[in-house]
Design a protein around this ligand. Structure first.
Ligand code: LRH
Ligand code: MN
Length: 424
């Protein structure tokens, strides 16, 4: 379904009065409002093609209806999100869940919605129907060379799809690992994986990046071959300058200091990007900022500090992607909330008085350091984020408009109540 032009205008006309009151008040308080708004307007977040339907767990899945039945409808849904919030200008595909059959048609359709193709994702954690070798005991780490070869060829095939679509990066997440002590020779598994990644790396075009995504556990529950940031950094350092580490917020052991990991990966020039989501326990893939919004703010604090230190462009310097799964919420509403939470955390972190923070750190004034951070975190910047959207032609309140025009009901009418999207 396509949003009609007037729907956004009518919505904004109703809300712009109260918005203007909040925005005028805030912009008087924040002298750097205009530079923050232009940074927000440029900041685009890639939407995962595999998270546009209802997710589930081994205990059950409760589809909400109107789910996209093919890649074209997934692009339509991301296009609708982008029309509403003007911050979702890219889609990240997962192969083979979203194999583009007609590259030109898919590219034209995406362009129609103002979308580009972000990182391509390979999948050697599931066995496909026609597959010869099984990934039950891993893929790039596998003791059997034929299995590794099959997985390498799959990744190279994914790069080929990406080249046709104009993508510039490949994300490799490996489920590889072991479930029991003694099952795996850790050194051999690392060396097989490195040797395999080297072949995939060699197939990357010069202007591409490879993101090596780490994860502490699941689906393996004793060891994971790319299990933490240190192991991923070991791989990306040995692979070469086009290889970077990807941080999925849900892939850490409890209470890990993710903002410190981000700071050090940036310092080493090896931070490639993010899979934004939130979690209380494991890889819960919940709405970004729904459980630990302060942690998200602290991560953006380190991002701005480290990116400015390296004169990196905030919008294009790293891969900004969401990776979530929706067991209870409407998938599109969940993503709208995630994008909003990311924009708010970014805007709040842009408010931090960095000169004062540096001074407090250099004088071990711990109390002031916290006050400086929390002053920014406790500032309600939603009117700045809304103003950036308004100036970009988006809706002042995307979620409110999404509900008012009954998008889900219209999608159910168009697609049916039982459609199941490919993905998690
Ligand atoms: C693994 C992961 C990875 C994707 C998958 C859908 O947990 O985060 O990024 O391939 O989810
Ligand atoms: Mn991920």
């Amino acid at each position: 379904m396509k949003l009609r032009e007037n729907e956004i205008n009518d919505h904004n006309n109703l809300l712009k009065g109260s918005h203007k009151v909040r925005f005028d008040f805030l912009s008087k308080l924040i002298p750097e409002s205009e530079s923050i708004i232009s940074k927000l307007i440029n900041f685009q977040i890639a939407i995962p093609s595999w998270a546009l339907g209802s997710g589930g767990t081994r205990f059950g899945r409760f589809p909400g209806g109107g789910e996209p039945r093919n890649l074209e409808e997934k692009i339509e849904d991301v296009g609708l999100l982008h029309k509403l919030n003007c911050s979702s200008g890219a889609i990240s595909l997962h192969i083979p869940w979203d194999v583009p059959k007609d590259y030109r048609a898919i590219k034209n359709l995406a362009a129609e919605y103002g979308l580009r193709f972000d990182a391509m994702n390979s999948n050697t954690f599931q066995d496909q129907e026609e597959q010869v070798e099984s990934y039950k005991f891993g893929s790039l780490q596998h003791v059997n060379k034929a299995v590794r070869k099959q997985a390498i060829e799959h990744n190279i095939e994914v790069i080929k799809h990406g080249i046709e679509l104009g993508s510039k990066s490949l994300t490799v997440w490996l489920a590889d690992g072991s479930c029991f002590p003694g099952q795996l020779n850790f050194r051999k598994a690392f060396q097989n994986t490195l040797e395999s990644l080297r072949e995939i790396y060699a197939a990357l075009p010069d202007d591409w990046k490879m993101f090596v995504e780490y994860k502490a556990y699941e689906p393996n529950f004793y060891s994971t071959t790319v299990g933490d940031w240190g192991q991923s950094l070991l791989f990306t350092s040995k692979l070469g300058p086009k290889a970077y580490t990807l941080v999925d917020l849900g892939h850490h052991l409890p209470n890990a200091n993710i903002e410190q990991i981000v700071s050090l990966l940036l310092m080493e020039g090896k931070l490639g990007g993010f899979h934004f989501n939130d979690s209380k326990y494991g890889d819960d893939d919940l709405t970004t900022g729904s459980i630990k919004p302060y942690q998200l703010f602290l991560i953006f604090n380190e991002l701005i500090d480290g990116m400015d230190e390296r004169n990196m462009n905030h919008a294009s310097g790293l891969g900004w992607m969401i990776d979530a799964s929706h067991n209870l919420k409407d998938p599109l509403e969940d993503i709208l909330q995630s994008v909003e939470a990311i924009m708010i955390a970014y805007a709040q972190a842009l408010l931090i008085d960095r000169a004062a923070l540096k001074e407090a750190q250099l004088s071990n004034d711990v109390t002031s350091a916290q006050e400086i951070l929390q002053n920014a975190f406790r500032t309600d910047v939603r009117a700045l984020v809304a103003e950036a959207r308004f100036r970009s032609g988006g809706a002042l309140s995307p979620l409110k408009l999404f509900r008012e025009i009954g998008v889900r009901n219209q999608l159910i009418k168009e697609r049916g109540s039982k459609t199941i999207a490919t993905g998690l």
